[in-house]
Design a protein around this ligand. Structure first.
Ligand code: COA
Length: 374
């Protein structure tokens, strides 16, 4: 179908690029529905393994399907020694998302059967990445803080093991619920920039790892997943709730985009931010430490009154992860380790009904110029 009006939609805003049965956003209500279930219902009832299953298979697992899936993910958690060695040898100043991107690319080089021809192997590779990306991120956390890496523990659930591999400790119930909820909330979000990147690469019939590396490259950016580190750094810069008004005023006067605010689709509120705000407050109260929540709340009020811009998912996820001990520099990596489940669903959907993704550009350059004769 051609675009008869020759209209460009800057940033593809409002463009429907695919039919998809994975997730649906209505920015006006606002609501996020994944495989038919509302995100609030999901976060109150599903753990990450169930969410990942729902995403890649399309339905909730029966108890025996969940038990098999859980066992399979556990069996896939370990990463090759060469990848661990790379994580230890890479300069500590390297951007943690570049390190993760390279580690996933290495996994693709080590896997000699990484193409898309065998359906069962496609599922297996995606499940491996769902299981292994947390292991990579946890190893990064240990190495960056000068500690030895922690082996995966197959007696622990996905989130519990992930927390254990990062901190060396066993999460209490409150921390575990909060961390698992963050992973569930980040698992999928329709055709955002990184998911689109995964689908574009899948559309060329490249391999799975290349699709995921494209997703990681896109989510790294500060306008996308990278905003979570930016949000925590901003709260630290504000430092006290009394500074929030001036901080926001100055940023807006200088046309600076504040990380953790604004959204292309949700203009009236991000439902994920509502859940995370409540959870961050609960966690802060349970630990008698509401400093970061108080600063965030005041900056949110200031943004609302000065420019009417809403907090997005990253805004309260940042202090929540900080509370439970995740290094700020690795927060985008944590987001990526959750989003791999949604990317997997989109890679599968794109692959199942593939058509090469190839939009057009409206040409605004010169025409008819002749190469000068020498
Ligand atoms: N801080 C300050 N102003 C912001 C803002 C922010 N975070 N987000 C949007 N705005 C302002 C824009 O400057 C613009 O103002 P104007 O009309 O006076 O020029 C208006 O809101 C509309 O924003 P626009 O740039 O058209 O939105 P977009 O759809 O192109 O961008 C984002 C959406 C997410 C890229 C943008 O809101 C942003 O950069 N946010 C910060 C990064 C972030 O948190 N990303 C994670 C998203 S989940």
């Amino acid at each position: 179908m051609s675009n008869k009006d020759n209209q460009v939609s800057e940033g593809l805003e409002g463009v429907l690029a695919f039919e998809s049965s994975i997730s649906h956003i209505d920015g006006n209500i606002p609501e996020l529905v994944i495989r038919g279930y509302d995100i609030n219902d999901i976060v109150n009832n599903l753990i990450y393994e169930e969410m990942a299953y729902l995403l890649i298979y399309g339905d909730l697992p029966s108890p025996s399907q969940l038990s098999d899936f859980d066992a399979e993910l556990k069996s896939l958690r370990n990463i090759p020694v060469s990848v661990l060695k790379f994580l230890s040898d890479v300069p500590s100043e390297s951007h943690p998302m570049s390190v993760l991107r390279t580690a996933v690319s290495m996994l693709g080089c080590i896997d000699l059967e990484s193409d898309l021809s065998e359906e069962s192997s496609v599922f297996l590779k995606l499940k491996s990445l769902i299981a292994q990306i947390p292991t990579v991120v946890a190893a990064q956390a240990r190495i960056l803080t000068g500690q030895i890496t922690v082996e995966a523990d197959s007696s622990l659930s996905h989130s519990s093991n992930y927390y254990h591999m990062v901190t060396g400790e066993i999460a209490d119930e409150k921390i575990l619920n909060a961390f698992d909820a963050v992973l569930v909330i980040y698992a999928e979000h329709e055709i955002n920039a990184s998911t689109f990147a995964c689908r574009v690469v899948t559309g060329t019939e490249s391999d799975i790892y290349s699709s995921v590396v494209a997703g990681i490259s896109a989510i790294k950016g500060p306008l996308h997943g990278g905003a979570i580190d930016g949000s925590m750094n901003m709260l630290m810069e504000i430092a006290s709730k009394e500074n929030a008004e001036d901080y926001v005023k100055n940023a807006l006067a200088n046309k600076r985009k504040l990380p953790g605010f604004g959204h292309r689709v949700y203009r009236a509120g991000d439902p994920r931010a509502h859940v995370l705000k409540r959870m961050t407050l609960e966690l802060a109260n349970s630990r008698n430490d509401s400093k970061w929540f108080d600063i965030a709340l005041e900056a949110e009020r200031q943004m609302a009154s000065q420019k009417s811009i809403i907090p997005n998912v990253d805004y309260y996820a940042a202090p929540l992860l900080y509370h439970i001990g995740f290094p700020v520099v690795l927060m985008t990596n944590v987001v990526t380790s959750a989003r791999i489940a949604g990317w997997s669903a989109h890679i599968l959907e794109q692959h199942a009904k593939n058509r090469l993704i190839r939009p057009r550009a409206k040409y605004t350059g010169k025409m008819g110029i002749k190469i000068p004769k020498s």
